[in-house]
Design a protein around this ligand. Structure first.
Ligand code: OSB
Ligand code: MG
Length: 370
């Protein structure tokens, strides 16, 4: 698979509604869109999920651009890759960290590879589901009333699982009121590392509300304290930020740091690694689900494809395009019907990136050639 051109585009899309987590409020989404082109003119697409600031993890849009331009693209342009697995397993292996940058280019190569095999990306990855169940991630709002109203709308749209962002002071009372208004909904909380072991009483109080899980309560790079915390909680801990590799997952499971893993393709360095973590969890009876990073339709398409693997047994965060964007950059947009997304069956990611829309939202771009 000779790749002769790589195009990086710096994109900026306005979010329809601001999204607040324990670490920041996002009003728009800046990201890098990656297009790889083979000699016959076929394009593969993916996006980097790094954020502009190092607030979710240490990567940023600029560090990703640097890694892509100075390391990853030259490797791709100067080697003949037979299968996308070779990238993370072989060619990128000497580069430490920078998982989101690696995933961005690896994902584009996976799309190209699937197109050349004339199969949907989901099947190329070994996925079999024809439709996937999805939930929704609800940011921190100005009031509990506003949160209740949002849940009400998402519930009426059919979403299968409701994830509330929490932080100290926006937690017990919020969950208590949501639970009493909606006694039976599949509910969970995501803290994005807002707590420490000193908060164990506060976190234990959340055990009373039948949460499916609590996501990443402690430090973004911790698996030790999480093991202590899990021993104190009935509610399963799900790790997000802390898991970057198959080895991280193996160690976290060995220590008992979590009972569920949120797999984000970007956070773990790409689809090949995501699949390996999925397989390990499947072998150990650990359920997984696919997290989101406020992706455009291109990233959303990748999330849909990986979710077709059998151990993605819990609804993920890949909600409909229309919850995020006035005008997504793919055609058709990702739609959710009664909480389900139909997996596309055309080759590759299965949605067509719209060059017209992409050009509209590109702030700058650069083309790299062999
Ligand atoms: O922790 O899962 C997270 C968004 C940005 C950064 C981190 C996270 C999130 C979300 C939103 O929860 C998921 C989505 O709707 O894409
Ligand atoms: Mg999370």
């Amino acid at each position: 698979m000779k790749i002769s051109q790589v195009i990086l585009r710096h994109m900026k899309l306005d979010l329809l509604h601001p999204f607040t987590t324990s670490f920041a409020t996002e009003y728009d989404r800046e990201f890098i869109l990656v297009e790889v082109r083979s000699e016959d003119g076929t394009s593969g697409w993916a996006e980097s999920v790094a954020m502009p600031d190092p607030v979710y993890n240490e990567e940023t849009v600029k560090t990703n651009w640097h890694m892509l331009e100075d390391y990853l693209i030259p490797i791709l342009l100067h080697n003949d890759i037979q299968h996308p697995d070779e990238l993370t397993e072989q060619y990128f292996a000497f580069i430490k960290g920078n998982y989101m940058a690696k995933a961005a280019i690896e994902g584009a190569v996976w799309d190209l590879y699937a197109k050349k095999q004339n199969q949907p990306l989901s099947s190329a990855l070994g996925g079999t589901k024809k439709q996937i169940e999805v939930g929704v991630s609800i940011g921190i709002k100005d009031s509990v009333a506003e949160t209740l109203k949002t849940i009400e709308s998402r519930l009426s749209e059919g979403y299968k699982r409701f994830k509330l962002k929490i932080k100290p002071g926006w937690d017990i009372e919020l969950i208590e009121k949501v639970r009493s208004a909606f006694p039976d909904i599949p509910l969970m909380a995501d803290a994005n590392s807002a707590y420490t072991l000193n908060d164990v009483d506060r976190l234990r109080a959340l055990d009373d509300y039948q949460l499916m899980m609590i996501e990443q309560p402690l430090a973004y790079n911790d698996i030790i304290d999480h093991a202590d915390l899990q021993a104190e909680l009935k509610t399963p801990i799900c790790l997000d930020e802390s898991i970057h590799s198959l080895d991280d997952a193996r160690k976290a499971l060995k220590l008992g740091s979590c009972k569920i893993i949120n797999i984000k393709i970007g956070r773990v360095g790409g689809l090949t690694q995501a699949k390996k973590i999925h397989d390990l969890c499947q072998d150990q009876g650990i359920p997984v689900w696919c997290g989101g990073m406020l992706e455009s339709g291109v990233g959303r398409a990748h999330n849909i494809a990986i979710t077709t693997l059998p151990n993605f047994v819990l609804p993920g965060d890949t909600a409909a395009s229309s919850l995020y964007w006035a005008d997504d950059i793919i055609e058709p947009e990702v739609t959710v019907e009664n909480g389900w997304i139909s997996v596309p069956d055309s080759p590759g990611i299965g949605y067509q990136p719209s060059l017209e829309k992409i050009n509209k939202y590109t702030t700058y771009s650069r083309t790299y050639r062999t």
